[in-house]
Design a protein around this ligand. Structure first.
Ligand code: CU
Length: 271
């Protein structure tokens, strides 16, 4: 009996951890009786759906093209412009940034959790493309630029607020850096040796951001309740949301999920 009971206890604790419910409510004492107060945070989610005929993905490097630099590695497989990659089955738009512009309020617990779970944002260079194509970087995290290729790459980017960066990445090399300022726009990674290479990261000073998955879904958790401004953009910074740089207004309610449903992405935006 004793063992069965402790096992249930352990299972319960595991579920609590899995659901991120370690601190779901805070307890305040009023009139001597502890009682739960509602969470001050909510979730924003939505799905980006392509609106129009599906684009033909732009081929950057043809498979087996011997004319490209470092062909054995770089044309090992077909490389497409990930920006033009729309899921043909679900019409989901992947690789898009969804983040709050000038969030009202903060969530120190969520920030602590993010830093503990993901202290490092890794951008790999594999078969001469950046993986992932788009990443969110939060000030405090490390940005690891690494290469899984047996050839030289150089990584270069010129952000608006942070210092410019340019470094050779030798075969299977890695370098870690930290940025100290948030950016207003996504930053592009480039390689001078393989000029088609392009990747993006969005540097923010808060954790209220996500990148849409292969079905276009995004979810931002731990958002302070109230009216927030949400920006949704292609990796290259082209705005998808209404209100462009100001963001679209989203009402976030404590303890609730604000589901924006399907957000249409007009085909005309992709140029
Ligand atoms: Cu390269």
């Amino acid at each position: 009996m004793f063992f069965a009971w402790t096992r249930w206890m352990a299972l319960g604790a595991a579920i609590v951890v899995a659901l991120g419910l370690t601190n779901p409510v805070s307890f305040a004492t009023e009139g001597g009786e502890p009682h739960a107060t509602p969470q001050a945070y909510g979730t924003i989610k939505g799905r980006l759906v392509w609106d129009g005929p599906l684009p033909t993905p732009t081929v950057l490097v043809k498979k087996g093209d011997r004319s490209v630099k470092d062909a054995a590695v770089c044309s090992y497989k077909e490389l497409i412009d990930r920006k033009t990659q729309i899921n043909p089955e679900t019409k989901g738009v992947p690789h898009a940034f969804a983040y709050l512009s000038r969030p009202k309020g903060s969530n120190p617990e969520r920030m602590k959790e993010l830093m503990a779970q993901s202290p490092t944002v890794v951008i790999d260079q594999k078969y001469c493309e950046y993986i992932p194509f788009a990443a969110v970087y939060v000030i405090g995290q490390e940005l690891e630029l690494k290469s899984s290729d047996p050839i030289n790459h150089n990584v270069r980017f010129s952000p608006l607020a942070n210092r410019a960066f340019n470094q050779i990445l030798p075969p299977n090399g890695s370098t870690k850096i930290k940025l100290d300022k948030p950016e207003r726009r996504p930053t592009e990674l480039k390689c001078d040796i393989h000029p088609w290479m392009s990747g993006w990261f969005m540097a923010l000073d808060h954790p209220f951001a996500d990148v849409s998955d292969e079905n276009g879904n995004f979810e931002i958790v731990g958002v302070p309740a109230g009216t927030q401004n949400l920006i949704i953009s292609f990796p290259n910074g082209v705005f998808i949301n209404e209100g462009r740089a100001r963001g679209m207004e989203v009402q976030v309610k404590a303890g609730e999920v604000t589901d924006l449903g399907e957000i249409k992405v007009p085909a005309s935006l992709l140029k």
